[in-house]
Ligand binder design. Sequence first.
Ligand code: SF4
Ligand code: FES
Length: 239
Amino acid sequence: MWHEVRGLKDEVDFGTPPRDGPPVTLEIDGVMITVPAGSSVMLAATKADRAIPKLCATDMLEAFGSCRVCLVEIEGRNGFPASCTTPVVEGMKVKTRSETLKRLRKGVLGLYLSDFPQSEIPDGWSEFHETLKAEGITSHPYGEAGANHFDAKVDDSNPYFLFDPTKCIVCSRCVRACAEVQGTFAITIDGRGFESKVVASQDQPFLQSECVSCGACVQACPSHALVEKSLFEGEYKNA
Ligand code: SF4
Ligand code: FES
């Protein structure tokens, strides 16, 4: 398990930060749950023991709603809203599991996998891998055909952590952690679409950037694109 490898406790991640509004009661997969107003559907579902898969959400950061893995069905609403950015409403009825949701999530995860090193999927040890496993995805959907970032070079300039862009799923957690947790704003996402990439300061090696090595980005990264060097024995291998 990735959190065991990292030496962390098996703490529950509620997906979005807690709120302290008046109580709101809703139904999630038939389970009644009461949470403070302003909470997300994702947080309520996790409290109801109906955790929803997620990639860009974590309860240490405000929701961003970019990965579209956390889709749910809400009675009386069209479409499939992202549970991390949808606030709870009194009497709301939410479905977190269905054949349609499973198909949609698989499709989204397949797109992420299409630009993730195939050799890194089996026996992976990140939150991303845990999500793949939970959704029953055990192999690469398209092989290594098509455009990808597999040749991107590892930045190992920082003495404590490295950045392997081949494993980056561009979820922006590191960007938000740097800004919200540390207030440093050393990391940004540069470019758009397929060209999007994580950059430190003015596209510099981490060690030469404004990064203060606080580790917030490393803690937030779900795919171990940013990872502590101490987790590797000897030299890190660019897989
Ligand atoms: S480095 Fe990690 S946290 Fe940052 S965008 Fe990539 S996958 Fe997300
Ligand atoms: S976890 Fe909700 S959109 Fe990414």
